[in-house]
Design a protein around this ligand. Sequence first.
Ligand SMILES: CC(=O)SCCNC(=O)CCNC(=O)[C@H](O)C(C)(C)COP(=O)(O)OP(=O)(O)OC[C@H]1O[C@@H](n2cnc3c(N)ncnc32)[C@H](O)[C@@H]1OP(=O)(O)O
Ligand SMILES: O=CC(=O)O
Ligand SMILES: [Mg+2]
Length: 565
Amino acid sequence: MADPLNRIFATAGRPEVAGPQGDRFDEILTPAALDFVARLDNAFAGRRRELLDARRLRRERLSTGEETLDFLPETRAIREDDTWRVAGAAPGLEDRRVEITGPTDRKMTVNALNSGARVWLADFEDALSPTWHNVIGGQLNLYDAIRRNIDFTTEGGKRYRIGEHPATIVVRPRGWHLVEKHIRIDGRPVSASLVDFGLYFFHNARQLLARGSGPYFYLPKLESHHEARLWNDVFRLAQQELGIPRGTIRATVLVETVTAAFEMDEILYELREHAAGLNAGRWDYIFSVIKNFGERGADFVLPDRAQVTMTVPFMRAYTELLVRTCHRRGAHAIGGMAAFIPSRDPEANATALEKVREDKEREARDGFDGSWVAHPGLVDVCREVFDRVLGDRPNQLDRLREDVVVGAADLLDVASAGGEVTEQGLRANINVALRYVDSWLRGTGAASISPPFTPPATPLQRLSLMEDAATAEIARCQVWQWVRNGTKLADGTAIVPELVHQLLDEELAAVRADLGHDHRLDDARKIFVETALGERLPSFFTTGAYARYLTEPAGSGGTAQPAGS
Ligand SMILES: CC(=O)SCCNC(=O)CCNC(=O)[C@H](O)C(C)(C)COP(=O)(O)OP(=O)(O)OC[C@H]1O[C@@H](n2cnc3c(N)ncnc32)[C@H](O)[C@@H]1OP(=O)(O)O
Ligand SMILES: O=CC(=O)O
Ligand SMILES: [Mg+2]
């Protein structure tokens, strides 16, 4: 019998690569791998489309107030049934006390695997600028890393080599809303989620199993349990096609939309044969709250981003409910990302470490089984905190948190954030959006950015923050929401388009003076104006910006760079 990995599937539509060829891209874009992706896309493109339409319609109803969110009556039996559990931990996922996240470029791949974290979230999502080079180069780096074939030495003589105890790899494919325009079937672009999942699974599932690990995934930006069911069906078909036993894959779902917070049990239930846990994706969660309720008046207006902390009641309600839901079902509850990253300024660095420690301590106390860090310099802090709570136990699944009682009103009590909107907060959003989008357009999807404090008086104000697609979405959506609601700054000035344009010109000039002209700031400004100051609030800035700025014609030479770069 032919090796199933080399089998060419009979598909309705044939895949065509529409992106430029890069160094060794042919090792990833083999005919069999492309046919596997096409098989998935042919099977699920229609359902994906329907679910995206359902998202759009629900968002419209929520934003007009025609619908509100509540736990679903039709799935009450699933929530009330005490008997079902998820598949739970697979090899390498039993102990997840520290997880590092980050892009899949070659150097960061080695650094993340060697960071001392138990898990590496290899990111094709919030930390990705989805250039063709990043997408296929990232797959190549994962392919090489899994085979321990990634050693390299920089021109400066620094050697990168995977150590003895690398982290377990969990790949985060792009969300359902995105397409990959460089792979087409009958002229239509395929789902980016299926490209990232499919290429990784096709090339690596067997290798990972042979090495005592497995094909593990983080699933981003789900808005409903129907989307979880779609992923589960993708997993079943993928396993079946490659002859890998059903239930081998493990998925950890990010609960990072307000709609998903009402369907945590249902999401775990749909994926129960593959589910390992849930993660509290705080940044997209805040973005989702603004997006869905941005037009619902003052009760839903959030203050400066810096004031929307994890201890404000509506955020706390969501994370507490997440821990309770997970542990009742035997699933890991994984904490989120504090945006503070190490600094070369010793005082600022101490502040960053202290802030991260506080965040992880709260999570560990609340019952989370582990949490995320954005930088190798934060692994020790997170480990120390969880070591203290877990000791030798791999997790605290036994803490059922039956004391937690969270209702719909708690999850929707956005006004509980309190706080105020300041000129500093408005400027910071504009400044961060410009800098981040510039970075994203130049191919880097996660960046360290200092908010514009003049002068930066305190160590806290001198800190740079980790910014990625989720935090940049908050920045531009907050501006839109404040303008839409005629929100007043703390000094009484109304936030009107003229004021935002004036501050935009000032911040743009400041950023340009700082970065110089070899940047994409004019394009970043255009994207900001379209996505923060338009009549309607676009669902994502990334979808339009990808189509317009990051799609390269085949044979263009484009931005494709060697995979080793
Ligand atoms: C909302 C969410 O979804 S959060 C998850 C998505 N976001 C992320 O994953 C962000 C991950 N973090 C990062 O990308 C980076 O840490 C940044 C961009 C914030 C800062 O990066 P830098 O400015 O390069 O940090 P810095 O200069 O301190 O890096 C020091 C070293 O650590 C490495 N490093 C930093 N962060 C990471 C990381 N997350 N993974 C692996 N290596 C890392 C750098 O490559 C560098 O290595 P080197 O010494 O071999 O040259
Ligand atoms: O993906 C994580 C988030 O906070 O968003
Ligand atoms: Mg996210």
